[in-house]
Design a protein around this ligand. Structure first.
Ligand code: FES
Length: 172
């Protein structure tokens, strides 16, 4: 009887020991998996830095607003350029506004004739045609982005990761 009881206690101790080790192992593996999984995001929130805005002939002469990407594509004959529509103050979308009459203004030390400007509806910043701020809280100019032609389908491509000078044009 005493032997059976000792045997039973030894088996129970052995079982509990194995169970503890097994649970510890499962805990370690689960924790490791959680750490590794945290390194891979479920969703990529970053918008693409390059996007297509259509074929050159599909755009109207002048300023074209691409709402989904919040940029303006400016078509001047066979030349194209792209300027951001995100206000440099707090990021509201600016509007392109035609002036009642042409104005001569100083841009970069040169006298330039302009017929439109950009206005921010949120806090009233105003930007010249070249994107430079001249009124309101916006601290910096609207950036201009590099454009190119997609070789596979001839569409215009904007690269918002590459800022360019305001006088750079893509000739098509
Ligand atoms: S967000 Fe444009 S002026 Fe404030």
């Amino acid at each position: 009887m005493a032997n059976e009881e000792r045997e039973f206690k030894r088996d129970r101790r052995s079982f509990l020991g194995k169970l503890t080790l097994g649970l510890f192992g499962i805990g370690i593996v689960g924790q490791g998996w959680t750490y590794l999984r945290a390194l891979v995001p479920n969703i990529l929130y970053e918008p693409p830095v390059k996007f297509k805005v259509g074929r050159p002939e599909e755009l109207a002469e002048g300023v074209n607003f691409i709402e989904t990407q919040r940029v303006f594509i400016i078509k001047e004959g066979s030349q194209y350029s792209c300027i951001s529509a995100k206000c440099t103050h707090l990021g509201c979308t600016v509007k392109s506004v035609s002036l009642d009459h042409e104005q001569t203004v100083k841009i970069g030390g040169k006298e330039v004739t302009v017929n439109s400007e950009f206005l921010c509806p949120c806090h009233g910043s105003k930007f010249r045609q070249d994107g430079s701020p001249y009124s309101g809280p916006a601290p910096t100019p609207l950036p201009w982005f590099k454009m190119e032609i997609a070789p596979e389908d001839g569409q215009l491509v904007v690269d918002v990761s590459s800022a360019v000078d305001s006088d750079i044009r893509l000739k098509v």
